[in-house]
Design a protein around this ligand. Structure first.
Ligand SMILES: Nc1ncnc2c1ncn2[C@@H]1O[C@H](COP(=O)(O)OP(=O)(O)OP(=O)(O)O)[C@@H](O)[C@H]1O
Ligand code: SF4
Ligand SMILES: [Mg+2]
Length: 323
């Protein structure tokens, strides 16, 4: 499996404040990787850095490379990034209207996306647009509709069709189903998975919903305080978490409630720039000791490891229930 996305030492800062620090992340061809963590953990900023869509006052550092693109994405100018976006990396965000033009018919929008990046004739692009809509299970009449004539779930499926239009090497989804009705969520998630599997695209999927990650992703990274604190295969991390933050997140979720007591992580996520030195989780961690005032080193490989001075015992589900 070749690596599609390679992120090394990614940092995001606003003025003197670090919002994201030292993120390493690799997504292989056809691999589906989840990024989870509470609100304010730095998930969206990580995604926006990869896409070159950070607000003006926010700076990215480190390295983001994409297979097939011969230049560094961190610091690339907008002309280069707009070529990469839509062709090599596509995205689906929470609110579909931000990706749609309210004054253009759906068919024209999809055809335009393909015409901008591909040498397709206009009739060929229209036929391809109809095929794409069929793939996301929307009727052919949708081609002539305007965005406001569609439901939220239909709009998000149009955004997915737009995202898949140019067979991107990487699809980034940031809470793509959070705003949708639960009955529509499952369909959209299924279409996302099918869309990337059919094209062997890599998927980076951001959500706060652990159950969604469990159905969509093979591997997961857990973020807190702008740092990756744990990574590994979903079935490992969700059944045998090592980092105390992951353990708390799982205990607070309703995954496998039969074996876990539902609880919450004490305290709140501090605002950006107010995380403690050393382990960023130590002000909320029941296992913290004086050692945790020092930044814990990463233990394991980039694909599977954690950074905690007092990790949960390997293979201990009891550790979760008692947290
Ligand atoms: N432009 C900005 N200027 C200053 N701080 C920012 C800016 N954008 C984001 N932040 C802060 O950076 C932190 C991480 O934000 P981010 O949007 O990445 O969180 P998230 O993990 O995606 O959370 P959520 O689950 O709520 O979407 C937050 O504390 C946020 O307030
Ligand atoms: S390093 Fe210490 S404070 Fe941080 S999660 Fe591990 S035990 Fe808790
Ligand atoms: Mg976010």
């Amino acid at each position: 499996m070749n690596d599609v996305l390679t992120v090394r030492g990614l940092s995001v800062t606003v003025r003197e404040t670090a919002l994201v620090s030292d993120v390493d992340l690799t997504v292989g061809a056809g691999e589906r990787v989840g990024l989870i963590g509470e609100s304010g953990s730095g998930k969206s900023l990580t995604a926006l850095s990869i896409l070159g869509l950070l607000p003006e006052d926010v700076r990215a550092g480190g390295s983001v490379r994409l297979d097939g693109v011969d230049h560094e994405l961190v610091g690339a100018d907008e002309r280069r990034m707009s070529r990469v976006r839509g062709r090599d990396i596509a995205m689906v965000f929470q609110e579909p209207m931000t990706a749609l033009n309210p004054t253009m018919r759906i068919g024209d929008q999809i055809a335009e996306t393909m015409l901008v990046h591909k040498t397709l004739s206009k009739p060929a692009a229209r036929t391809a647009a109809a095929d794409l809509l069929e793939r996301v299970q929307l009727p052919a009449e949708t081609l002539r509709a305007y965005p406001h004539q569609l439901s939220g779930g239909q709009r998000q499926r149009v955004v997915l069709a737009l995202a898949l239009a140019n067979d991107p090497a990487l699809l980034i989804c940031d809470e793509p189903t959070t705003a949708l009705d639960v009955t529509v969520q499952a369909l959209v998630l299924d279409l996302i998975v099918r869309g990337v599997v059919d094209r062997s695209s890599a998927l980076l999927f951001i959500t706060h919903d652990l159950a969604v990650v469990a159905t969509v992703c093979e591997r997961v990274l857990v973020m807190y305080g702008g740092r990756v604190v744990e990574a590994g295969p979903v079935n490992e991390v969700f059944t045998r978490p090592r980092h105390r933050y992951t353990e708390g997140l799982l205990a607070a979720s309703d995954l496998e409630t039969t074996s876990r007591r539902l609880t919450t992580i004490p305290g709140n996520v501090p605002p950006a720039g107010r995380f403690p030195s050393g382990c960023v989780f130590r002000t909320r961690c029941a296992h913290a000791t004086a050692l945790c005032e020092e930044t814990p080193a990463w233990s394991g490989s980039e694909a599977e490891g954690f950074a905690c001075h007092h990790p949960a015992a390997q293979g201990s589900l009891e550790g979760v229930a008692d947290a």
